[in-house]
Ligand binder design. Structure first.
Ligand SMILES: [Mn+2]
Length: 420
């Protein structure tokens, strides 16, 4: 069942778990959780993490990212990688034994970079941005903000640290990076298959060819297709960060990724966030004001049969927001819940008990709850719901008008694209 999870915290604090429950969510994810171990994680610590979530009535969906130190030599193709791979295999086995179904990971030795963190978002919200010209200028090295989860400040997901590169004075070409990825996958995919868990790859953010001498692989949908071919296993899938895919090529790239990987059941989970701009220059923003239409994207995810979980990833920081970003996250999660409710696929508590509003939405759409989103999308619904005058009444009228013009019950992805 499609659902929304709270995500990206490091620790199962009462504050985090109650926040998730209060928003009506039924599950959570952690990013690089604070667990004991310099080289690997042990089963008892993983079980304790899951049980702690369950004591708040929450399912632990996934862990995203082992510490970079667990596999840095593997990413760079350096001596020591075989020992690392043995420890990662043991960690994967322990995640499986702890009954945690998914491990997200990335393959970015230089982590995530930004070059600005400024109150220039809507209404003065603090947003991060990236400018490739700044990143490529050695004299501006100290302006580069590196996501350092090993230096995490409270529960801030990224803990941007200025001028704090993870590796320097190394040179690894893109082709060497492909070899390193293939070698790492050959080592860990069999462990995931045995453990019965899925490994979910996060694309490179920012999606640029190299950062400080190290090649970047997963910066296009085509590169993600190559990764799928390399792994060639049902244990392989994507942590499909639509913010990053939007950075690669806007809404077209987002639909390309969903249309290709969705029917192959290779979308394990989704980061639903967005940016203005593209790879060389972009700024993060609120849902609904970026490169893609979140309503159309969620409809498409439903169309391709995606039934995993979504999370907000990162969000603009609102006035008086916390390091974790509770205010911005509450907005993003509420936005997603509202869209899914209108699409008849409500998350959180809405999914457990259909409400009166649900049936009135359905009747105003002149379509049964659960009718294919493609049928609605295939009509002449305005390109962006956001362009409709504010107010749910106006939006629902727009949806109803679109629905009434649908004549075919079966719509191929190609014709959906054609309608856009
Ligand atoms: Mn992401």
């Amino acid at each position: 069942m499609l659902r929304i999870a709270a995500g990206q915290a490091a620790r199962p604090t009462e504050e985090y778990l109650r926040f998730a429950a209060q928003l009506g969510l039924t599950s959570v994810q952690f990013n690089t959780p604070d667990l004991p171990g310099d080289k690997r994680w042990e089963v008892e610590d993983l079980v304790a993490l899951r049980k702690r979530c369950e004591s708040f009535g929450l399912v632990l969906e996934a862990i995203e990212n082992i510490p970079v130190a667990f596999y840095l030599n593997s990413m760079l193709g350096r001596p020591g990688r075989d020992e690392e791979i043995e420890h990662v295999r043991a960690t994967i086995a322990n995640i499986g034994k702890a009954e945690i179904p998914v491990l997200g990971y990335c393959f970015m030795p230089q982590s995530v970079w930004r070059t600005s963190l400024t109150p220039t978002g809507r209404g003065g919200a603090v947003v991060s941005g990236f400018d490739a010209a700044v990143a490529a200028d050695p004299s501006r090295r100290n302006e580069v903000l590196v996501a350092r989860r090993d230096l995490r400040v409270e529960d801030a997901k990224d803990s941007w640290t200025a001028g704090s590169h993870i590796v320097s004075d190394v040179s690894v070409s893109e082709e060497q990076m492909w070899d390193n990825y293939a070698y790492f996958m050959a080592g860990i995919i069999p462990a995931a298959e045995e453990a019965g868990i899925r490994l979910a790859l996060h694309p490179d953010d920012p999606p640029v060819p190299e950062l400080d001498g190290v090649g970047r692989l997963f910066r296009s949908v085509e590169a993600l297709r190559r990764a799928a071919k390399i792994a060639s296993s049902p244990a392989w899938g994507l942590d499909l960060c639509l913010g990053t895919v939007s950075e690669m090529g806007g809404e077209a790239a987002v639909f390309d990724a969903i249309d290709f990987f969705g029917p192959r059941n290779e979308i394990v989970y989704v980061h639903l966030r967005d940016v203005h701009g593209h790879g060389d220059s972009f700024v993060e923003c609120f849902l609904g004001e970026g490169n893609y239409d979140p309503v159309a994207v969620l409809e498409r995810l439903i169309d391709v049969g995606f039934d995993g979980f979504l999370l907000d990833d990162h969000t603009p920081l609102l006035v008086n927001d916390s390091p974790y970003g509770h205010r911005g996250r509450a907005h993003a999660i509420g936005y997603m819940q509202g869209v899914l409710d209108v699409l008849g696929r409500g998350g959180g508590d809405g999914a457990k008990a259909p409400r009166a509003q649900r049936s009135s939405v359905a009747s105003s759409l002149d379509a049964p709850v659960g009718a294919g989103a493609a049928e609605r999308l295939a009509g002449t619904r305005p390109r962006r719901v956001a362009a409709v005058p504010a107010g749910s009444g106006a939006q629902l009228r727009a949806l109803r008008n679109a629905t009434s013009k649908v004549t075919s019950s079966m719509v191929s992805p190609a014709s959906v694209s054609g309608a856009k």
